[in-house]
Design a protein around this ligand. Structure first.
Ligand SMILES: C[S@@+](CC[C@H](N)C(=O)[O-])C[C@H]1O[C@@H](n2cnc3c(N)ncnc32)[C@H](O)[C@@H]1O
Length: 327
């Protein structure tokens, strides 16, 4: 059994590290992490001290706050009153985020794919969609320096910083989405209150704009929810692609999902895409880290039948900025 001093030391370490990540981004979380770093009641809730324990515990507390069962200025009382709920939440609920702002950096990639393939209709397959907020990207409005794109009256307007501008010619593309399917090992059903609250609770306290965007995106999903299949996308992608329609461009895409898969799994995904690309209309859009040590995303697309890979730019991993490469 771990000695008490080792437990206390590890608790301090993970909470103080999380506090540094929260500094400047969520003062409430930064303060709480520093306070909980030495709180004995926290040790009673936690079995192992993985790095994500503080975010799991804060997520559980936020879930209670959103449900009206706890308050940020009464965390001590919540730790006592909801001990069983919080212990289960920390043990069983991985951090679950679905960032709709990422659609703002994905849209130009989808438009580029449509341009290259000359496609009017797209069938979407998202790897690791969580709740599918980015599977309904065509229900949002987008603002770029060269112009706007999307439904004029969409309640959610996405904008960000353009370090390299998105070309106006791309924004003239108007593909329509015909079908949307996501494969996730833990899909979140936001058609009910519990699923929506689960996504909301992992937005850090005080990030009100992010919460507002999330709620508007949930409304957009609820209008006509995409099909979310539960399972491992490495295993299921071959059969999903084998049964795809021949009369539309199937666009497989991922953001912040392939990074969770090991090298062998990523190789299998690439192999099935190449094989299926030889068989018919297919494209792949990937937003992920260019190299392991860089906290910046690379945006890459591949369009078959030629299978030419195209690097189209860099982006912030939450979609706050884009640096588009092409003239
Ligand atoms: C960090 S979230 C990103 C969600 C969304 N793509 C976004 O950008 O907002 C990663 C998602 O990928 C899913 N995931 C990770 N590996 C997976 C796998 N091998 N098969 C299916 N889903 C997976 C997780 O369950 C989670 O919902």
């Amino acid at each position: 059994m771990a000695r008490l001093t080792d437990v206390a030391e590890r608790q301090r370490e993970v909470f103080l590290e999380q506090a540094r990540h929260c500094d400047g981004r969520s003062p409430v979380y930064a303060d709480l992490c520093r306070r909980l770093a030495g709180e004995p009641r926290v040790a009673r809730l936690v079995r192992g001290w993985a790095r994500d324990v503080p975010l799991r515990l804060l997520g559980g507390l936020h879930y209670l706050v959103l449900a009206g069962e706890a308050r940020w200025d009464g965390v001590d009382a919540a730790l006592a009153a909801h001990e069983d709920f919080l212990r289960r939440f920390v043990a069983e609920q991985p951090v679950q985020t679905n960032e709709v702002q990422r659609s703002w950096v994905l849209l130009p990639c989808f438009l580029r794919v449509a341009e290259r393939a000359g496609a009017d209709a797209l069938d979407l397959v998202e790897l690791g969609p969580s709740a599918g907020l980015n599977l309904v990207w065509d229900r949002y409005r987008y603002a770029y320096r060269a112009g706007e794109w999307g439904e004029a009256r969409a309640p959610l307007v996405l904008r960000g910083e353009e370090r390299g501008p998105v070309p106006g010619s791309l924004l003239a593309q108007r593909p329509c989405v015909r079908r949307r399917l996501g494969i996730d090992r833990a899909p979140v059903d936001v058609t009910g209150d519990e699923g929506a609250r689960l996504l909301e609770c992992f937005v850090w306290a005080g990030q009100d704009e992010r919460l507002r965007r999330l709620r508007l995106a949930v409304d957009a999903v609820r209008r006509d929810p995409p099909e979310l299949v539960r399972g491992d996308f490495v295993e299921l992608l071959p059969e999903v692609l084998a049964s795809r329609a021949a009369d539309a461009l199937t666009v497989v895409f991922q953001s912040a999902a392939l990074g969770y898969v090991d090298d062998a799994g990523r190789t299998r995904v690439r192999r099935v895409l190449r094989r299926e690309g030889r068989r018919g209309l297919l494209a792949f859009v990937s937003a992920g880290r260019p190299r392991r040590d860089e906290p910046v995303w690379g945006l890459r697309i591949v369009v078959w039948p030629d299978g030419e890979r195209e690097f189209v730019g860099h982006a912030d991993y939450h979609g706050a900025w884009i640096d588009w490469e092409r003239a």
